[in-house]
Design a protein around this ligand. Structure first.
Ligand SMILES: C[S@@+](CC[C@H](N)C(=O)[O-])C[C@H]1O[C@@H](n2cnc3c(N)ncnc32)[C@H](O)[C@@H]1O
Length: 400
């Protein structure tokens, strides 16, 4: 790869000095020193590195990326949560079967785990090798990691021959049609993943956040959010995680400045009447079906994608609770009058569920309602007893 040469490194250093690597000035300056191909590659890489810092932290300034590799990379705080848990479970060695640009592998290696990272695409593998050479443990030593170029399916029997070596797999979710949520579109394949998690070897699998729980094997499953975004579903097998983690138990993991967890058997809330508060659970809690764990008297307004409701405020950050101020006529004409009469200028529109009046686009509706006043308001669309309604609500706790 052109950037892995001495000249490539010099071009990257010069690209990093420019305030805007996408500018004409930067392109002109680099072309004065390097070939147009190298200048272009270095500036493109510098732009990717700057984007990567938000996702992967300051380490990203020395890493190398492809746009797809960066898109698929695990956010650093989530990779750290996983690496810490592996170390706490006594794992000393991991084989990463499909490592991409090695964002996960780097963090595991930095936590003192010996990593063998397998990647089928040779160009991506070269970037992974560079990135892993950049990884350092907390004591400043180079991390222990090596990259093997090849097919995970072919290499797994050899690399996992010792029973104490843990397998990690984060299958690619891209097809020629773009991003896919179907398990049958994963590479390495879903069949390979299932064999790993049911084969007795310690194994950890990262899947997309939207997988259908009914399709998953009966292993301990974490539903993970990062700063309120649903980011992944993690399967754990063959590891002693303590704390009652076992088959049939799910976990919500909320990663932000700290990590908060909630676990238990998944259970849907019963449907019931509107209380004083409506609650929007963090997506990790909703996807793990653990909202019931937040309070004893909770019900949901609708069995499909409903909000929870009760007469008490729920604990943040697991849920944001809203005081119900009034129930409004959801028809746009009536809402527009309400917005005007109440001098609303900043209008937050929330909705859960689909079908009929719930198929609204909040941005389009907001334009239609034309809020031009001085007050702020939050309106929540949901289904109560089968009918769509709009609730005027106000935040009663804070998630962050
Ligand atoms: C989602 S990415 C991994 C991202 C990585 N966990 C990170 O945080 O950077 C999956 C990678 O698996 C690779 N891959 C897909 N099928 C593979 C196979 N059969 N053997 C080895 N690698 C494979 C893809 O090329 C892709 O780079």
């Amino acid at each position: 790869m052109i950037l892995l040469t001495d000249e490539g490194r010099a071009a990257l250093e010069l690209a990093a000095e420019h305030s805007d690597p996408t500018s004409l000035a930067a392109a002109t300056a680099l072309r004065r020193e390097f070939s147009p191909e190298l200048a272009g590659a270095a500036l493109h890489q510098e732009a990717l590195r700057r984007k990567a810092v938000a996702k992967l932290g300051e380490r990203a300034r020395g890493m190398l990326f492809t746009p797809e590799g960066l898109e698929q990379a695990t956010r650093r705080p989530v990779a750290e949560w996983r690496a810490r848990r592996l170390v706490a479970a006594g794992v000393r060695e991991v084989v990463d079967l499909g490592c991409g640009i090695a964002a996960d592998a780097m963090v595991m290696a930095e936590h003192g785990v010996r990593v063998t990272a397998v990647e089928i695409d040779p160009d991506t593998a070269a970037l992974a090798a560079h990135n892993l050479s950049w990884a350092q443990t907390s004591t400043g030593e180079a991390a222990e990691a090596l990259v093997r170029v090849g097919d995970a399916l072919a290499l797994a029997p050899e690399l996992l021959s010792r029973p104490d070596v843990a397998a990690f797999v984060d299958p690619a979710r891209r097809t020629s049609r773009g991003r896919s949520w179907q398990l049958e579109d994963l590479t390495p394949s879903w069949g390979f993943v299932l064999d790993l998690v049911t084969g007795g070897q310690p194994a950890v699998v990262k899947l997309g956040p939207g997988v259908d729980r009914a399709e998953l094997p009966a292993v301990f499953t974490s539903h993970v959010s990062h700063r309120g975004d649903a980011v992944e579903t993690t399967l754990w097998s063959g590891l002693d995680l303590g704390g009652g983690a076992g088959p049939g138990i799910g976990e919500a993991v909320l990663v932000s400045d700290e990590v908060r967890t909630l676990s238990g058997p998944p259970e849907a809330l019963p449907v019931g009447p509107l209380g004083r508060f409506v609650h929007e659970a963090d997506p990790a809690v909703s996807r793990a079906e653990l909202v019931w764990r937040l309070a004893p008297d909770l019900v949901q307004l609708d069995p499909h994608a409903g909000y929870a409701t009760s007469d008490q405020v729920l604990p943040a950050p697991f849920a944001t609770s809203f005081t119900v101020l009034e129930q409004l006529d959801p028809r746009p004409k009536h809402l527009a009058r309400w917005v005007k009469d109440h001098d609303i200028g900043t209008l937050e529109i929330k909705k859960r569920g689909r079908g009929g009046a719930l198929d609204l686009d909040p941005a389009v509706l907001r334009r239609q309602l034309a809020p031009r006043g001085t007050q702020s308001a939050t309106v929540m669309f949901c289904r109560i007893g089968g009918a769509v309604t709009a609730l005027h609500v106000q935040r009663a706790n804070h998630s962050s």
